[in-house]
Write a protein that binds this ligand. Structure first.
Ligand code: SF4
Length: 250
């Protein structure tokens, strides 16, 4: 299994085992008739856990199938999306109990999301692609305000706003630099892109991907050599590769 995806898959498998264990215990309680009055309630619980367990199991198979086949369809996507959405809060708790860092699980979530978004074999017009970048990519000493208009950048090359502008010129994609979630949401509602490539930290990407349900969001995790939210950077080659992929539909 590639990359960080296995963290999510392993935790989800653990959750399914836990659900099976709960079903066995509930079943035992009903059969042993030790709490007779609540039989009906327990049977409803068993049915509920069976349904959830089956759903997650199909979800896992859908993820593994998509990883190996590198393609997906709407039905598999639906299973994966609902599985990830429903299990994510529980996996965070399980992760915390067994000592898996939140950031690691978020990276895994982003990788699975990216897998789904890249499996959509669809060509996008450059004008429908929005690259959403955080403000902390700008050099902290720069006095030019690029948040409302990235063209205010003087392209001195001291930060990667310069790279974003180069990609904008080369491919004709839209670029926006946002200071936070509210501005990012406003940009998305103004520009109305068909697909978003977002650059951010694990936490912001996870919440952004979960927030924007109707538009596919491909996440690129930023680099933070100077600590969080300060003079950050990103892998420009990865970004360019993703842009080419979405334009060519490959
Ligand atoms: S590349 Fe643009 S945004 Fe970055 S420091 Fe230079 S002028 Fe400022």
């Amino acid at each position: 299994m590639q990359g960080e995806k296995k963290v999510f898959i392993n935790l989800l498998s653990f959750l399914i085992i836990l659900i099976i264990f709960i079903i066995i215990i509930l079943n035992y309680i009903v059969k042993s008739r030790c709490i007779y009055v609540y039989d009906m309630f327990i049977i409803i619980l068993i049915v509920f856990f069976c349904f959830i367990g089956l759903f997650f199991t199909i979800g896992i198979f859908a993820v593994v199938f998509t990883i190996y086949k590198k393609k997906t369809n709407e039905l598999l996507n639906t299973f994966i999306t609902y599985t990830v959405d429903m299990s994510y809060p529980i996996l965070l708790i399980i992760g915390k109990i067994i000592g898996i860092k939140r950031e690691k699980l978020q990276r895994s979530f982003i990788e699975i999301n990216n897998l789904l978004v890249s499996s959509i074999k669809k060509k996008y017009k450059p004008k429908d692609i929005l690259i959403l970048s955080p403000h902390c990519i700008q050099n902290s000493d720069c006095k030019f305000k690029v948040t409302y208009d990235i063209e205010n950048c003087r392209r001195c090359g001291k930060c990667q706003i310069n790279d974003l502008l180069r990609l904008k010129d080369k491919y004709g994609v839209k670029i926006a630099v946002a200071t936070g979630g509210t501005l990012a949401r406003k940009v998305v509602s103004d520009i109305k892109p068909k697909i978003i490539i977002a650059i951010a930290c694990e936490r912001d990407l996870t919440s952004g991907i979960k927030d924007v349900k109707k538009i596919p969001v491909y996440g690129i995790i930023n680099k933070r050599p100077n600590g969080p939210c300060f003079n950050t950077s990103f892998d420009v080659k990865s970004l360019e590769k993703v842009i080419i992929k979405f334009i060519s539909g490959g």
